[in-house]
Design a protein around this ligand. Structure first.
Ligand code: SF4
Length: 317
């Protein structure tokens, strides 16, 4: 078998191509927002890894309006890749943590003919029915996806990273979003210093049992000026090896239901201002290693997902 990612997991690019008949590009939109875990509403200082950028590494200016950012990037990416279809991606901070009117205005600003989907990054504790209802107007013409940051299903690690919500809020948000018929993408960091392989496998099982639609896997990105950065400089945390990260991804995918779309298996982040990123290795080299190991070992997404809808043979007395 060829060493290709689509041979071992359900890739996002294939999913989009099948759904829309051609390549689709995500256009990040960056706004002046904040997050209840930074402004004191549910926490102060944010997650211990969160920088001032609020989870986005894209170099877009927030001085441009939503429409301007979209038009500028569609013009550039459209020309460069000969692309015709796009997903408007509200990427940084918590995009449902703003007044409902502003949220509605954002949605109406991205509703354009060559936009086929709207993706909204947010926190699980910022997803209420009121906001979900506001999107219904767009759900007929656009693929609506909520990108929920969870990072880990280990609720003790969630406290350690100062996440400000627990696993319960994530489960509630995922069920609530699915009830409205929208898609759920879950962001996970597979190498938090407090997690081990048991957490990784349980994470794949919980996401599969919940029926989330997509996952996005990251490795820890440690920037200077964050609480995690300080812990790293003071040798208070240990980072697993690249090889162990690859093993975690392989196990995660093996336990993940094969109908879940995998947006990515390793994060991409700039090196400036970073203390640790991807073991100083290109993200695609790590991805290729994982794919090669999976092909060689005959493992693919869902190989170990036999725990779903499980029933035991009942022996008659
Ligand atoms: S939820 Fe996101 S934006 Fe808020 S503190 Fe955590 S990483 Fe930063």
């Amino acid at each position: 078998m060829e060493y290709r990612e689509e041979n071992v997991y359900n890739t996002y690019s294939n999913f989009l191509k099948e759904k829309f008949g051609e390549k689709v590009y995500k256009i990040p939109i960056k706004q002046e927002l904040t997050c209840p875990n930074r402004d004191g509403n549910c926490g102060v200082g944010g997650c211990i890894f969160c920088s001032e950028e609020g989870g986005s590494h894209e170099n877009l200016s927030t001085e441009l309006s939503v429409t301007q950012q979209l038009e500028k990037n569609i013009g550039y990416i459209g020309k460069r890749y000969n692309a015709n279809k796009f997903i408007a991606y509200f990427q940084n901070f918590t995009n449902t943590y703003l007044p409902l009117d502003e949220f509605k205005k954002n949605l109406s600003d991205v509703a354009k003919p060559n936009v086929v989907g709207i993706s909204i990054s947010t926190r699980p504790d910022c997803v209420s029915d009121e906001y979900l209802e506001a999107i219904q107007l767009y759900s007929k013409d656009y693929m609506i996806t909520f990108e929920l940051g969870l990072q880990t299903v280990n609720y003790k690690s969630l406290i350690k990273i100062n996440r400000g919500h627990t696993l319960a809020e994530f489960i509630d948000a995922a069920i609530r979003i699915k009830k409205f018929g929208y898609r759920v993408c879950t962001h996970i960091i597979l190498n938090l210093p407090w997690d081990d392989m048991v957490d990784v496998i349980e994470c794949a099982k919980i996401l599969s049992a919940l029926g989330v639609d997509e996952v996005k896997l990251h490795s820890l990105y440690i920037t200077d000026g964050t609480v995690l950065g300080e812990m790293y400089k003071n040798n208070e945390i240990e980072i697993i090896s690249q090889d162990e990260y690859e093993e975690r991804v392989i196990n995660f995918l093996s336990y993940l239901s094969d109908d879940i779309v995998v947006q990515r298996i390793i994060g991409r982040a700039p090196e400036e201002n970073s203390l640790f990123v991807n073991w100083n290795t290109s993200w695609w080299k790590i991805r290729d290693n994982i794919v090669k190991k999976m092909v060689d070992r005959n493992i693919h997404q869902g190989t170990s997902a036999n725990y779903l809808n499980k029933s035991f043979e009942i022996k008659s007395k």
